[in-house]
Design a protein around this ligand. Structure first.
Ligand code: SF4
Ligand code: SF4
Length: 135
Protein backbone atom coordinates (compact mmCIF):
# COMPACT_ATOMS: atom_id res chain seq x y z
CA UNK A 1 0.00 0.00 0.00
CA UNK A 2 1.34 3.49 -0.79
CA UNK A 3 -1.29 5.43 1.10
CA UNK A 4 -4.62 5.17 2.83
CA UNK A 5 -7.69 7.36 2.79
CA UNK A 6 -9.37 8.11 6.07
CA UNK A 7 -11.41 10.89 7.65
CA UNK A 8 -13.40 10.28 10.80
CA UNK A 9 -17.09 11.02 10.20
CA UNK A 10 -18.88 13.45 12.47
CA UNK A 11 -21.59 11.84 14.56
CA UNK A 12 -20.31 8.32 13.99
CA UNK A 13 -19.60 6.16 17.03
CA UNK A 14 -19.33 2.80 15.32
CA UNK A 15 -15.83 1.95 16.54
CA UNK A 16 -16.73 2.93 20.12
CA UNK A 17 -19.85 0.84 20.03
CA UNK A 18 -18.21 -2.42 19.05
CA UNK A 19 -17.63 -5.22 21.53
CA UNK A 20 -14.18 -5.07 23.11
CA UNK A 21 -12.23 -3.24 25.77
CA UNK A 22 -10.57 0.18 25.85
CA UNK A 23 -7.09 -0.36 27.26
CA UNK A 24 -5.13 2.48 28.86
CA UNK A 25 -1.57 3.53 29.51
CA UNK A 26 -0.59 5.36 32.69
CA UNK A 27 -0.41 8.56 30.62
CA UNK A 28 -3.87 7.93 29.19
CA UNK A 29 -5.17 7.60 32.73
CA UNK A 30 -3.58 10.86 33.91
CA UNK A 31 -4.74 12.80 30.84
CA UNK A 32 -8.31 11.56 31.11
CA UNK A 33 -8.47 12.23 34.84
CA UNK A 34 -7.19 15.77 34.37
CA UNK A 35 -9.70 16.37 31.58
CA UNK A 36 -12.68 15.41 33.74
CA UNK A 37 -11.24 17.26 36.76
CA UNK A 38 -10.52 14.24 38.95
CA UNK A 39 -7.38 12.93 40.57
CA UNK A 40 -5.91 9.91 38.77
CA UNK A 41 -6.68 7.86 41.86
CA UNK A 42 -10.34 8.86 42.00
CA UNK A 43 -10.69 8.42 38.23
CA UNK A 44 -9.19 4.96 38.39
CA UNK A 45 -11.45 3.92 41.22
CA UNK A 46 -14.54 5.00 39.33
CA UNK A 47 -13.74 4.08 35.73
CA UNK A 48 -10.81 1.70 35.52
CA UNK A 49 -10.26 -2.00 35.99
CA UNK A 50 -6.60 -2.75 36.64
CA UNK A 51 -4.88 -6.10 36.64
CA UNK A 52 -1.18 -6.74 37.22
CA UNK A 53 -0.42 -6.28 33.54
CA UNK A 54 -2.98 -3.90 32.13
CA UNK A 55 -5.71 -1.36 32.66
CA UNK A 56 -8.98 -0.92 30.85
CA UNK A 57 -12.14 1.07 31.27
CA UNK A 58 -14.87 -0.65 33.20
CA UNK A 59 -17.69 -1.44 30.84
CA UNK A 60 -21.10 -0.11 31.84
CA UNK A 61 -23.95 -2.58 31.49
CA UNK A 62 -25.79 -0.66 28.78
CA UNK A 63 -22.90 0.49 26.55
CA UNK A 64 -19.35 -0.34 25.55
CA UNK A 65 -17.52 2.61 27.16
CA UNK A 66 -18.34 4.87 30.12
CA UNK A 67 -17.58 7.96 28.00
CA UNK A 68 -19.69 7.05 25.01
CA UNK A 69 -22.52 9.50 24.40
CA UNK A 70 -25.30 9.03 21.88
CA UNK A 71 -23.28 10.47 18.97
CA UNK A 72 -19.85 11.31 20.38
CA UNK A 73 -17.13 10.76 22.97
CA UNK A 74 -17.32 12.90 26.09
CA UNK A 75 -13.58 12.39 26.58
CA UNK A 76 -12.68 13.35 23.02
CA UNK A 77 -9.69 15.74 23.57
CA UNK A 78 -8.22 13.34 26.12
CA UNK A 79 -9.26 10.00 24.71
CA UNK A 80 -6.92 7.03 25.17
CA UNK A 81 -4.16 6.20 22.67
CA UNK A 82 -6.06 3.13 21.51
CA UNK A 83 -8.98 5.34 20.45
CA UNK A 84 -6.86 8.17 19.10
CA UNK A 85 -4.82 5.94 16.80
CA UNK A 86 -7.77 3.98 15.37
CA UNK A 87 -7.92 2.83 12.56
CA UNK A 88 -4.14 3.15 12.23
CA UNK A 89 -3.48 0.00 14.17
CA UNK A 90 -0.60 -2.19 12.89
CA UNK A 91 -2.84 -5.15 12.19
CA UNK A 92 -5.04 -2.94 10.01
CA UNK A 93 -2.55 -0.72 8.14
CA UNK A 94 -0.26 -3.65 7.41
CA UNK A 95 -2.97 -5.79 5.90
CA UNK A 96 -5.07 -4.52 3.02
CA UNK A 97 -7.78 -7.13 3.63
CA UNK A 98 -8.14 -6.17 7.31
CA UNK A 99 -8.18 -2.47 6.37
CA UNK A 100 -11.03 -3.12 3.88
CA UNK A 101 -12.87 -5.29 6.39
CA UNK A 102 -12.67 -2.47 8.94
CA UNK A 103 -14.26 -0.23 6.32
CA UNK A 104 -17.40 -2.36 6.63
CA UNK A 105 -18.15 -0.64 9.96
CA UNK A 106 -15.93 2.46 9.79
CA UNK A 107 -17.43 4.85 7.23
CA UNK A 108 -14.32 7.07 7.45
CA UNK A 109 -12.17 4.48 5.67
CA UNK A 110 -11.72 5.30 2.00
CA UNK A 111 -12.79 8.92 2.53
CA UNK A 112 -10.82 12.17 2.53
CA UNK A 113 -7.25 12.91 1.51
CA UNK A 114 -4.67 10.26 0.91
CA UNK A 115 -2.59 9.71 4.03
CA UNK A 116 0.93 8.69 3.17
CA UNK A 117 1.76 5.20 4.30
CA UNK A 118 4.72 6.59 6.31
CA UNK A 119 2.39 8.71 8.43
CA UNK A 120 0.00 5.80 8.85
CA UNK A 121 2.88 3.58 9.95
CA UNK A 122 4.06 6.17 12.49
CA UNK A 123 0.61 6.11 14.07
CA UNK A 124 0.64 2.33 13.93
CA UNK A 125 4.02 2.34 15.65
CA UNK A 126 2.64 4.54 18.42
CA UNK A 127 -0.14 2.02 18.87
CA UNK A 128 2.33 -0.86 18.86
CA UNK A 129 4.38 0.82 21.63
CA UNK A 130 1.19 1.38 23.58
CA UNK A 131 0.16 -2.27 23.17
CA UNK A 132 3.60 -3.42 24.30
CA UNK A 133 3.47 -1.24 27.41
CA UNK A 134 0.10 -2.71 28.23
CA UNK A 135 1.47 -6.30 28.30
S1 SF4 B 1 -13.02 6.81 25.19
FE1 SF4 B 1 -14.22 7.89 23.67
S2 SF4 B 1 -13.30 7.29 21.71
FE2 SF4 B 1 -12.66 5.78 23.24
S3 SF4 B 1 -14.18 4.13 23.12
FE3 SF4 B 1 -14.81 5.55 24.74
S4 SF4 B 1 -16.25 6.91 23.72
FE4 SF4 B 1 -15.03 5.92 22.12
S1 SF4 C 1 -15.97 4.08 13.00
FE1 SF4 C 1 -14.52 5.30 11.80
S2 SF4 C 1 -15.67 7.11 11.15
FE2 SF4 C 1 -16.79 6.15 12.83
S3 SF4 C 1 -16.06 7.21 14.68
FE3 SF4 C 1 -14.79 5.38 14.41
S4 SF4 C 1 -13.02 6.10 13.26
FE4 SF4 C 1 -14.59 7.66 13.03
Amino acid sequence: MTGLRFTCQRGCINCCDRPGFVYLTEDDLKRAAQFVGMTPRAFEKKYVYRTRHQMRFRKPREKQCPFLLEHSCSLHPAKPTQCRTFPFWPELVENRKEWSRTGEYCPGIGKGPLIQIGTAMELAEEHRRFAKNGD
